[in-house]
Design a protein around this ligand. Structure first.
Ligand code: NDP
Length: 294
């Protein structure tokens, strides 16, 4: 059996066309251009390249992206002051803080300085807390509006658009970071999946993974999840971004093995990756909408 490929690249293309239309309508109705501010301190090459990508994709959709680059030597206070200035700037609707921040800077302090209303990547504790407390779908939400980190939101969008049934399914999520694994587990639970979260202390990880009707990998270890860790017919969502010795991008899942066992699988590259920017744009558009309609 060869798995159906969950084609994030094709899905992102479809969604870019949808966003073009939504942005155009928004600008016509309100005369406002949805704008993200990206804050970086230092010149980490991955962050520089990611910021460039964000700028390009936002501008192509008719949205603005303003880059704020502080030196590697910037203090926590300087970064927090910049964030406060952006919070108060009505022309900025979303803010993203790029990581890693320079050594000695407490990321928690910088994230807490963000306005939750402009927290484009759902990292502020108010947004994370609301996601943790939101009711399952179909029940009254019970919390205020919030933003979900773009990467797991993209994984969920792939599942939704490919019509993957989640209710009552066993979802196994490997990785518990605040930006990928944990929000992914909460989003799956919200959709009434039964969720198991795994991490570096999980015993017999292979056996736990084999129970998953849905298996999500957010670890950061190339090809760690082997074909015989996967339940036949399972849906596999691979968030991993790793590079092999030849410099090729590879996922956390051994794709060649896994595609012979899984029912559906995201490739790397071309799976979850292209969806991240899309969901970030959707968050900024939504933030702009909430701010102008206030
Ligand atoms: P983190 O390093 O923050 O978290 C990794 C998680 O994996 C931790 O919870 C850790 O456990 C767990 N882990 C590490 N080793 C093992 C192991 N041997 N067995 C089981 N669990 C293990 O990474 P991120 O969540 O930020 O990123 C995860 C992956 O997703 C990376 O490859 C990253 O590049 C990628 N990524 C992809 C994005 C996209 O757009 N597709 C965006 C963001 C990230 P513990 O908590 O116990 O330490």
């Amino acid at each position: 059996m060869t798995a159906t490929i969950l084609d994030g690249r094709a899905l992102a293309k479809t969604m870019r066309a949808e966003i073009n239309e939504e942005v155009a309508k928004f600008k016509e109705k309100y005369g406002v251009t949805p704008t993200i501010a990206v804050v970086r301190a230092g010149e980490d090459p991955a962050s520089v390249s990611y910021a460039g990508q964000i700028q390009k994709t936002f501008e192509k959709r008719g949205m603005n992206c303003v880059l704020h680059v502080l030196p590697e030597t910037a203090s926590e206070d300087e970064i927090v002051q910049l964030v406060a200035k952006l919070n108060a700037d009505a022309s900025i609707h979303g803010i993203m803080i790029q990581e890693p921040l320079p050594k000695g800077i407490d990321e928690g302090v910088v994230k807490a300085a963000l306005s939750p209303d402009k927290d484009a990547d759902g990292v502020h504790e108010v947004n994370a807390g609301r996601l943790a407390q939101v009711a399952p779908v179909g029940r009254p939400e019970g919390v205020g509006p919030f933003f979900v980190p773009a990467t797991p939101a993209g994984g969920m969008e792939i599942l939704r658009r490919y019509g993957v049934e989640l209710e009552g399914k066993h979802a196994v999520v490997v990785g518990r970071s605040n930006i990928v694994g944990k929000p992914m587990a909460l989003l799956l639970m919200r959709e009434n999946a039964t969720v198991t979260m795994c991490h570096s202390r999980t015993r017999d990880l292979a056996a736990v993974c084999r129970q998953g009707d849905i298996l999500c990998a957010a670890v950061g270890r190339g090809k760690m999840i082997k074909g015989d860790w996967i339940k036949p017919g399972a849906v596999v969502i691979d968030f991993g971004v790793n590079f092999d010795e030849e410099g090729n991008m590879i996922g956390d899942v051994d794709f060649e093995e896994a595609k012979e066992v899984a029912g559906m699988i995201t490739p790397v590259p071309g799976g979850t990756g292209p969806m991240t920017n899309i969901m970030l744009m959707k968050n900024v558009l939504e933030a702009a909408r909430r701010q102008v309609e206030k």
